[in-house]
Design a binder for this molecule. Structure first.
Ligand SMILES: [Fe+2]
Ligand SMILES: [Fe+2]
Length: 252
C-alpha cells in the first residue's frame, strides 16, 4: 500500500526545519564517530551463541537484527509515553511545552514512519511474503504503517497551525495522539511477540547475517556515527522536560 494522502506530502514540505531533530542527531553523531566506532568494537568482539541450535542458526556478532528492531520498538514505546503525557497535560489544563507537540510529532514521523517502518517494509515484510508465512499479518501491519504516517502528519500539521493547548487544535490533537498510541501499542506488541520471532522460519543464517549488515548500514546512513543512541538521547530530553524521565518516579 502506498502513501497517497495529500496531507502527508503537505506536512513533509511545510517546514524547512522539519528534519531538525534527526539532522541534529546526525550532525552531532559525525563528531562522535570515533566514540561510536569504539562502541561498535566494544560490543562486537565476543560471538553471541544463540540458545537454540539448528541448521539455520549461525553465530552472530553483537546484537542480532531482531534485537536491533526490538530496541527500536523500545524507542517507539518511549515516544508513545511522550504522547500520553502531552495528552494528559492538555486534558488537565496543565502547563505544557508548546513546542514539544511539533517536535514529538516530527520525530515520530521521521524515526517511526520514515526509518523504522521503512526497514520493515524493505527487509522484513518481503521475507515473509516470499516465504509464504504470516502474509495476512504482514499486510495488516503494512496497512497500519500507512495509517500511522497519515496520523503523524495530521498531528504535525495540527501542532504547527495554532496553540495546541487551545481549541480546536487541543481536541483534534488529543484525538490524533490517542488513535496513534492505541494502534501502535498493538502493532509493536504483535511484531515483537509474533512476527519477529518467526523471522527464523523465512530466513536462514546467511540471510540473517546479511540483514544484520544492511540494518547497521541503514542506521549509519540515517543517523551518522551517533547511531540510535542519539535518537534515544533526544527522546530522553523530551522525557526530562515532561518530568517522566526518571524511572523510579513512575512507580505507582
Ligand atoms: Fe511495523
Ligand atoms: Fe516495528
Amino acid at each position: 500500500m502506498h502513501e497517497s494522502n495529500s496531507s502527508v506530502g503537505k506536512a513533509r514540505t511545510m517546514d524547512k526545519n522539519r528534519r531538525e531533530l534527526l539532522t541534529k542527531a546526525g550532525a552531532a553523531g559525525l563528531g562522535l564517530l570515533a566514540t561510536s566506532c569504539a562502541a561498535l568494537e566494544r560490543r562486537s568482539p565476543q560471538p553471541v551463541q544463540p540458545a537454540v541450535q539448528g541448521p539455520a542458526v549461525q553465530v552472530l556478532y553483537g546484537p542480532t537484527p531482531l534485537e536491533e528492531m526490538m530496541r527500536e520498538h523500545g524507542v517507539v514505546n518511549r515516544l508513545l509515553l511522550v504522547f500520553d503525557e502531552l495528552v494528559h497535560k492538555i486534558r488537565e489544563d496543565q502547563k505544557a511545552p508548546v513546542g514539544m507537540f511539533t517536535n514529538a510529532s516530527n520525530l515520530v514521523d521521521e524515526f517511526v514512519g520514515n526509518y523504522h517502518e521503512r526497514l520493515e517494509e524493505k527487509h522484513i515484510f518481503p521475507a515473509f511474503r516470499k516465504g509464504g508465512r504470516m502474509v495476512e499479518l504482514v499486510e495488516i501491519l503494512n496497512m497500519q504503517h500507512t495509517r500511522g504516517r497519515r496520523i503523524a502528519a495530521e498531528a504535525y500539521e495540527l501542532a504547527g497551525s495554532g496553540d495546541p493547548t487551545r481549541e480546536p487544535q487541543r481536541s483534534r490533537l488529543i484525538s490524533a495522539y490517542r488513535k496513534y498510541t492505541f494502534m501502535y501499542r498493538a502493532h509493536v506488541a504483535r511484531e515483537d511477540s509474533v512476527l519477529f520471532p518467526a523471522l527464523w522460519q523465512v530466513m536462514d543464517g546467511t540471510e540473517m547475517r546479511d540483514l544484520e549488515e544492511r540494518l547497521k548500514e541503514e542506521e549509519r546512513r540515517q543517523f551518522g556515527g551517533g547511531g540510535l543512541d542519539k535518537v534515544i538521547e533526544t527522546v530522553a530530553d523530551m522525557e526530562r522536560e515532561l518530568d517522566i524521565h526518571y524511572l523510579s518516579r513512575l512507580t505507582p
